[in-house]
Design a protein around this ligand. Structure first.
Ligand SMILES: O=C(O)CCC(=O)C(=O)O
Length: 364
C-alpha cells in the first residue's frame, strides 16, 4: 500500500502496491443526475464529511462505552498510550490529514491515533456470529448514536436522490470492530467480494462509515472502481499486486457508498488499535426486501404473523426513527439471493451474472 501509489510500501503496511485515492463526490451531493451518472460509471461514490463529525463521534462514544464494558477495548490504555516525544508518537496534530503517516511514508511510518481511538482489549472475536453472541457487542449495535447515523438527512437525501424517494435502510445495521490482524485471523471483510449476496436485491447500496480516523494501515475499506460492470468473481483475499484499487485516509463524517455489484475489500489492520466502522444497506421501496434484514431473527416467527421491524420497539419513539415503507414486500433472503440480479436501473449488467450462484456461506 502506498500513498497514491507513489512509492514502495513499508513492511507494516504492505497490502496493495498500487492504490488510488477515492474521488470525492461531495460537490455532487444535491445533483441527482450527477450522482447517478458517477455511480453508474465508477460503481462507488465517496463523500468527504457528508455527516457532521460530532454526530459520528456521538455514535463512537456510545459504541465504545458498551464495548469497553465487555472487554473489547481497553479504556485503561487510553491514557497510557505513547505521549509526545515517546516512541510511537509521530507528532501529528489532532485530526490533521497527513499522508506521510501512511504506511511507507514518513520517517517512522507509524500512525498516531486520536485520543479517542480504541486500544485492543482482551477479547478478540473475528467473526460476526461470534461477535453477536456477546451482550456488550449487541448493546453497541443497538446504541442510539450508531442507529441514528442511518437516519440523518444528508445521508438519506443522497440515497433517495439515487434510488428514489421511498428508499430506506435495512433495520439490521452492521458494526465492525476489527482487531489488529494476526496470522490465521482474517476477517471475512478482507476478501474481495460484492454485496449482492447479502440481500439479493438489485441496486442495493452499501454505505460504509468510519466511526474514527481510519488511515489505510488500520484496515479501511478499498473498492475496485468500474468492477460493477464486470462478471461475478469468487471471493478471494485482496492480493498485494492487485491493480486499480482505491481507498483513502478516512475521517469521521466521511461516507463511502457503493453498488451491490462493486468489488470491495477491507485492508488488514496493521495498527495496534481496533478499527471501528459501520455499514448500512439501502434499497428502493418498490422492490421486495429480504425479511431477515428487516425483521432480524424474528423473521421466522413473522411468517406466522405479527411481524415487528427490528429495533422498532427500542428506537421507534426516537424523533429521527423512520419505519420501513408500509406495504413493503418481504421475501426470505435465500430466495432473493439465490436468483441472478435483475436488470439494474443504473447501468447494463454484465451477462456473466446470469450464471450467478449464491455462495454457500455469506462473505462480507
Ligand atoms: O468493514 C469491513 O471490514 C468490511 C465491510 C464490507 O465488506 C461491507 O460493508 O460490505
Amino acid at each position: 500500500m502506498t500513498d497514491r501509489g507513489t512509492g514502495p510500501a513499508g513492511p507494516r503496511g504492505v497490502t496493495v502496491v498500487d492504490v488510488r485515492e477515492l474521488v470525492d463526490s461531495i460537490a455532487l451531493q444535491a445533483d441527482q443526475a450527477g450522482l447517478r451518472r458517477r455511480l453508474a460509471e465508477d460503481g462507488y461514490l465517496f463523500f468527504r464529511r457528508l455527516l457532521r463529525p460530532a454526530d459520528v463521534q456521538a455514535a463512537y462514544d456510545g459504541v465504545h462505552a458498551e464495548l469497553s464494558l465487555g472487554g473489547w477495548t481497553d479504556l485503561s490504555r487510553l491514557d497510557g498510550g505513547p505521549a509526545s516525544g515517546e516512541p510511537g508518537h509521530t507528532g501529528h496534530d489532532h485530526g490533521r490529514h497527513d499522508h506521510r503517516a501512511w504506511p511507507g511514508g514518513g520517517a517512522s511510518g507509524r500512525w498516531r491515533p486520536r485520543d479517542w481511538a480504541a486500544p485492543a482489549g482482551s477479547r478478540r472475536p473475528v467473526g460476526v456470529r461470534e461477535a453477536l453472541a456477546d451482550p456488550s457487542f449487541r448493546a453497541a449495535l443497538a446504541s442510539r448514536g450508531l442507529n441514528r447515523l442511518a437516519y440523518l438527512a444528508p445521508l438519506r437525501d443522497v440515497i433517495r436522490r439515487i434510488l428514489g424517494t421511498g428508499a430506506f435502510s435495512y433495520p439490521v445495521k452492521v458494526l465492525r470492530v476489527v482487531y489488529p490482524e494476526r496470522r490465521g485471523e482474517v476477517t471475512k471483510g478482507r476478501y474481495v467480494h460484492r454485496d449482492y449476496a447479502v440481500s439479493g436485491v438489485q441496486d442495493m447500496l452499501t454505505t460504509w462509515l468510519p466511526l474514527m480516523d481510519i488511515p489505510p494501515q488500520l484496515g479501511g475499506l478499498a473498492v475496485l472502481p468500474g468492477s460493477h460492470l464486470g462478471p461475478p468473481t469468487r471471493p478471494r483475499l485482496l492480493a498485494a499486486d492487485a491493480h486499480g484499487w482505491a481507498t483513502t485516509e478516512y475521517r469521521p463524517g466521511d461516507v463511502l457508498l457503493f453498488h451491490c455489484l462493486t468489488a470491495h475489500a477491507a485492508l488488514p489492520n496493521h495498527a495496534d488499535q481496533v478499527r471501528i466502522s459501520a455499514d448500512f444497506r439501502w434499497q428502493a421501496a418498490d422492490q421486495a426486501a429480504p425479511a431477515e434484514l428487516v425483521l432480524g431473527p424474528a423473521a421466522v416467527q413473522a411468517r406466522r404473523g405479527g411481524p415487528v421491524e427490528l429495533y422498532s420497539r427500542l428506537l421507534g419513539a426516537e424523533p429521527w426513527w423512520e419505519p420501513v415503507p408500509s406495504g413493503l414486500m418481504l421475501r426470505p433472503r435465500a430466495e432473493l439471493a439465490g436468483a441472478p440480479p435483475a436488470p439494474s436501473r443504473l447501468f447494463s449488467v454484465h451477462p456473466g451474472w446470469q450464471r450467478w450462484r449464491a455462495p454457500a456461506a455469506a462473505v462480507h
